[in-house]
Design a protein around this ligand. Structure first.
Ligand code: IMP
Ligand code: MG
Length: 173
């Protein structure tokens, strides 16, 4: 059963694609031709990562991890566990972590701490969205798509109760 919800477009497909092209340019410049492991946090990052990686010219491999948060599901409790881990070692590799959205930053912090225990040569963070004024922990985002107001957004990988990930734009529910 699904109720129809009103959606308001916040970031259009054109704006998303233009900004992703800029991010990829920055990444191409920064890494030159060094090889990369691009790590996506499932499920929210899969569409962003697909578009971004197709514009990255360095040799790269892709891997994914998935986290499950404990406690309340509408906000981050800060306690997350790795539900699905990387399939390849990243020791000595240049890792680019791809996140859909940084809200409080608690999820990203746990993921970063976990990745660092695996001793990559470098670890940089790329996030499509960051919510303004929400951070509970400081996360250094190396490549950021857009800063958005504190509204619940869906589309382009982001969901509300599992739905709307397939929208080709970012919308406020
Ligand atoms: P954080 O730990 O508070 O930074 O939350 C990050 C995670 O919460 C993201 O990876 C998303 O899965 C989810 N999230 C936070 N805000 C939104 C939103 O506006 N729409 C959809 N998911 C969100
Ligand atoms: Mg996520």
């Amino acid at each position: 059963m699904s109720t129809k919800r009103k959606l308001k477009i916040l970031i259009s497909t054109e704006k998303l694609q233009a900004r992703i092209r800029e991010l990829a340019d920055e990444i191409n410049k920064a890494y030159k031709n060094r090889s990369l492991v691009v790590v996506g946090v499932l499920k929210g990052s899969f569409i962003f990562m697909a578009d971004l990686t197709r514009l990255i010219q360095c040799p790269l491999t892709c891997d994914f991890l998935r986290v499950a948060s404990y406690g309340n599901r509408t906000y981050s409790s800060g306690s997350v566990r790795i539900e699905f881990d990387l399939t390849q070692p990243i020791k000595g590799r240049n890792v680019l972590l791809v996140e859909d959205i940084i809200d409080t930053g608690l999820t990203a912090k746990c993921v970063i701490e976990n990745l660092l225990t695996k001793k990559p040569c470098s670890l940089k963070i790329c996030a499509l969205l960051k919510k303004r004024g929400r951070e509970k922990v400081k996360i250094k985002i190396d490549y950021l798509g857009f800063t958005i107001p504190n509204k619940f957004v869906v589309g382009y990988g982001l969901d509300f109760r599992g739905r709307y990930r397939n929208l080709p734009y970012i919308a406020v529910v």
